[in-house]
Design a protein around this ligand. Structure first.
Ligand SMILES: [Zn+2]
Ligand SMILES: [Zn+2]
Length: 276
């Protein structure tokens, strides 16, 4: 993320907070993340080395990078994460002990934890959180920041034409699941990766989370006047928020809209659907 992009994001988040006081409790955390990225460009201590055969991999239906390509500079990663935790503590976000205990994070364990976050190894993260006396959700939120930045940088080097024929349930660049979807103005559907922010084409007639094509089990609901709808699947009982760009909201990056539409997550969960 460039300095300018991070600044634009901060501005949008602050505007949302002003317009919607319900978000005043959660959005400062995301503002602080943007500030930290902006003030420490490229300093997350993690990168993905795009393999020489990345194009063949993607064209052949495999993701461009896997955990094997993840490279960690442990000292830089620890310093970035502790700096981020200090920033949260200074802002008074949540319980300060959660952030103070990041000082016990060691260079020896940080590569394993970043890898575990990328690979979704929740058990590894939970036991580390227990040992460090940090809430597992807080640990995951902070670890996500440098991994997502590194994945987005790798994605910037993967040309769109490599995955023009991709129709998978997971991201062609990093194999993660979609966090949002978009119905574009030409009525085509695209899924947006929850980690590297790549968008790829997906058929409209299937659940983007389990591939279910039984249309009787697929439906959606939306809040009146909104351009985000919640698509739900009766087979996997999961949901995905989808921007209908024909109705508006096109100027906002999808991952930011994800953060500023948490009221829809609460609604979906109340209806018995889960995100993961
Ligand atoms: Zn991705
Ligand atoms: Zn499904």
């Amino acid at each position: 993320m460039t300095y300018h992009q991070a600044l634009e994001r901060e501005t949008y988040l602050k505007k949302t907070m002003e317009e919607n006081p319900d978000y005043a409790g959660i959005l400062p955390l995301f503002v602080a993340i943007c500030e930290h990225i902006r003030e420490n460009p490229g300093a997350g201590g993690i990168s993905f080395a795009l393999p020489a055969d990345a194009e063949d991999r993607v064209r052949g239906g495999s993701p461009a990078v896997t955990g094997e390509e993840l490279v960690v500079d442990a000292a830089a990663a620890v310093s970035f994460l502790q700096g981020l935790a200090d920033r949260m503590m200074a802002l008074g976000i949540g319980e300060s002990a959660q952030f103070k205990n990041f000082r016990y994070l060691t260079e020896r364990e940080v590569p394993t934890l970043l890898q575990a976050w990328f690979q979704g190894q929740r058990g590894v993260l939970q036991s580390a959180a227990f040992r460090l006396r940090i809430n597992p959700g807080v640990l995951e939120t902070l670890l996500a920041v440098p991994v997502k930045e590194a994945a987005a940088e790798a994605a910037a080097n993967v040309p769109e034409e490599w995955y023009a024929g991709w129709d998978g349930l997971t991201c062609p660049v990093c194999a993660s699941e979609p966090a949002m979807a978009e119905l574009q103005e030409d009525e085509s559907k695209h899924l947006s990766c929850g980690v590297c922010r790549t968008q790829w084409h997906f058929r409209r007639t299937a659940c983007p989370l389990c591939g279910n094509e039984d249309t009787e089990k697929l439906s959606h609901f939306m809040v009146e006047g909104d351009f985000i709808r919640v698509e739900v699947c009766g087979r996997c009982h999961r949901y995905l928020k989808t921007r209908d760009s024909r109705l508006g909201g096109r100027e906002v990056p999808l991952d930011l809209l994800d953060v500023t539409t948490m009221h829809l997550d609460i609604l979906a969960e109340r209806h018995g659907f889960s995100r993961t």
